[in-house]
Design a protein around this ligand. Structure first.
Ligand code: TYM
Length: 328
């Protein structure tokens, strides 16, 4: 029996944080452990190019993310790890999709609307972001896409684009039957769909409220000490809500409940326990990453092999697409 395809990606735009990890990357590793799927994990450098426009930074961040993937336990023997820019079928397919996707449809994308609301100058790359992401997903006949809540709309775009393509070029129906493309499903776990940051908002690099995934003990201490403790108000009963919300990522909830009940109002003790728990979790990851970083040639080799595997699959799909549109 052929395995279902599980694919996801991360942009190389800075150090990943525990929101990226619990919201998405942990699911990558868990999927690999269960072994029911064929796993494909991408470094979305062409998406990242919307944010990183400096060659040294881009090449460093890309290698860093490959190291991050390996350090959390993604194993090239069981998963494909590759760089989006190594597989030109992604941008080629995105162009083909551009010819059937309308501007008003893309103008409904959250990321575009946010940028517009902030009066930002919006590049065509930012506008077209969901189309490239649809290509990333659809090229591999992906069944499942593990992501955080903020990517849900992008998976819906990928489904809509697949349906539209199938309908126009292959006589597929609106239920997804028939055609070149499969309809992908998001995999989003409710309890980690939006991991909060140190200020209670969504954890995000752009809010400066992150706990880096490979943080040093000092960085963990700094982040935890910076957690806003008064957001619960009097009804929180002495339980600092933001600290609690982050803590339950690192320990099971029944433990946490009794810990917080016993230490009502003792914010210092609770934060110190949280620092300890985060460090216990991060330390082995940090050490593994430091070990892997000693061998950049190995990381480059992983990416090379990943790109070969990804190119093989993607070029077969692109051939099907080209036949369907009549250019072959
Ligand atoms: P990116 O790089 O912004 O984020 C990587 C993953 O982390 C998740 N995430 C979170 N989850 C829960 N709580 C949070 N606070 C949090 N912050 C980030 C994101 O939802 C994401 O799953 N567009 C994608 C990259 C991409 C991709 C793809 C993903 C490109 N092509 C194809 C899947 C399939 C992105 O910018 O993720």
């Amino acid at each position: 029996m052929t395995k279902k395809i599980l694919l996801s990606g991360v942009k190389p735009t800075g150090r990943p944080h525990v929101g990226n990890y619990f919201g998405a990357m942990k699911q990558f590793v868990d999927a690999q452990t269960v072994g029911h799927h064929e796993n494909i994990f991408m470094i979305a450098d062409y998406h990242g190019l919307n944010f990183i426009q400096n060659k040294e930074e881009m090449s460093q961040l890309t290698l860093d993310l490959a190291l991050d993937y390996l350090a959390i336990g993604i194993d090239p023997a069981h998963s494909v790890i590759f760089k989006q820019s190594d597989v030109s079928a992604h941008t080629e397919l995105a162009w083909i999709f551009d010819t059937i996707v309308t501007m008003p449809y893309l103008m409904r994308a959250h990321a575009f609307k946010d940028a517009e609301a902030k009066d930002k100058e919006i590049s065509v790359g930012t506008f077209n972001y969901p189309v490239l992401m649809a290509a990333d997903i659809l090229l591999y006949d992906t069944d499942i896409v593990p992501v955080g809540q903020d990517q849900k709309q992008h998976i819906e775009y990928a489904r809509d684009i697949a349906l539209k393509f199938n309908h126009i070029f292959c006589g597929g129906n609106e239920f997804g039957k028939g055609g070149v493309f499969k309809l992908p499903e998001p995999l989003i776990f409710e309890h980690v769909a939006t991991v909060p940051g140190t200020d209670g908002r969504k954890m995000s690099k752009s809010y400066n409220n992150t706990i880096p995934l490979f943080a040093t003990r000092e960085e963990i201490t700094k982040s935890v000490m910076g957690i806003v403790t008064d957001s619960g108000g009097p009804e929180s009963g002495g339980i600092p809500q933001n600290v609690y919300a982050i803590h339950k990522l690192f320990r099971n909830e029944s433990d946490i409940k009794s810990l917080y009940e016993q230490n009502k109002g003792k914010y210092k003790i609770l934060k110190e326990t949280l620092i300890e728990d985060i460090d216990t979790f991060i330390k082995p990851l940090r050490e593994r990453r430091a070990e892997l970083a000693k061998d950049p040639a190995y990381v480059l080799e992983v990416l090379k092999q990943g790109s070969e595997a990804a190119n093989k699959k993607a070029s077969e799909k692109l051939l099907e697409v080209k036949k369907a549109i009549g250019v072959l």
